[in-house]
Design a protein around this ligand. Structure first.
Ligand code: DC
Length: 225
């Protein structure tokens, strides 16, 4: 039986960083589901498919194969056998990915891909609809949140560290647009599952958040025996 820790929340709450740390600490496979949508966005850009060409995007799904490899909590992502871990974080991909992920056919396919990636494994998985759609029966369900300005600051810092040129204002605007899009999706909209634990990370350090989540997982394990 596999053990699933599911984490949802908006962009910039630190889900990615936390998931990596916890996966290392507990030896869980880390699956960042946003990366799967980013692969579809990258494929569309590379093949000159425009956002409004929904049919073309849907048709391209059959040509997209996504794989992940995990090494000590570090995730590598492959699009049709090519490693694209870095390319999927580009400004261009970030700009269109939320809209790409709003196409319901894309979501159905990515949910399938994500479940397959987790099959038979002990995983920690983060995204927007993991606690509600992908694994509604996950062993541990957490919704991470933080104030918008703080999330934008964190993302801006991350972009700078990665050498991606974006102003703070651009990052904030991007977060606001993505939040709106993520929450208003027809399928798989970002929402707080009834039985998820709500965790506001505003003002908390990464270490503090990590400890809180580790405690939540340990409590749950105790109860599960
Ligand atoms: O977490 P991220 O920024 O890499 O996610 C990229 C986009 O994909 C984001 O706009 C929301 C979307 N997404 C989603 O709709 N469902 C998920 N499970 C994960 C991400």
């Amino acid at each position: 039986m596999s053990f699933v820790v599911a984490i949802d929340g908006p962009a910039g709450t630190g889900k990615g960083t936390i998931t990596k740390l916890i996966s290392k600490e507990l030896g869980l496979i880390n699956i960042d589901t946003g990366a799967t949508y980013r692969c579809v966005a990258l494929y569309a850009i590379r093949n000159n498919i425009k956002l409004e060409e929904t049919e073309k995007i849907i048709n391209s799904l059959k040509n997209i194969e996504i794989d992940m490899e995990n090494e000590k909590g570090e995730q590598k992502i492959f699009l049709n056998q090519e490693e694209v871990s870095k390319q999927i974080r580009s400004k261009e991909v970030t700009k269109i990915v939320s809209q790409i992920s709003s196409i319901k056919e894309v979501r159905y396919k990515m949910v399938e891909v994500q479940r397959k990636l987790a099959e038979g494994k002990d995983v920690i998985m983060e995204g927007r609809d993991i606690t509600t759609v992908v694994f509604p029966n996950a062993n541990v369900k957490i919704y991470m949140d933080a104030e918008e300005q703080e999330r934008a600051k964190r993302r801006y810092k991350e972009m700078q560290e990665k050498g991606i040129q974006m102003t703070y204002e651009e990052v904030l605007k991007n977060i606001q647009i993505r939040d709106k899009n993520d929450k208003e999706k027809e399928v798989g909209a970002l929402k707080i599952a009834k039985d998820a634990i709500y965790l506001d990370t505003t003002g908390l350090s990464i270490e503090e958040v990590k400890d809180k989540i580790l405690n939540i997982i340990k409590e749950k394990e105790k109860r599960l025996g």
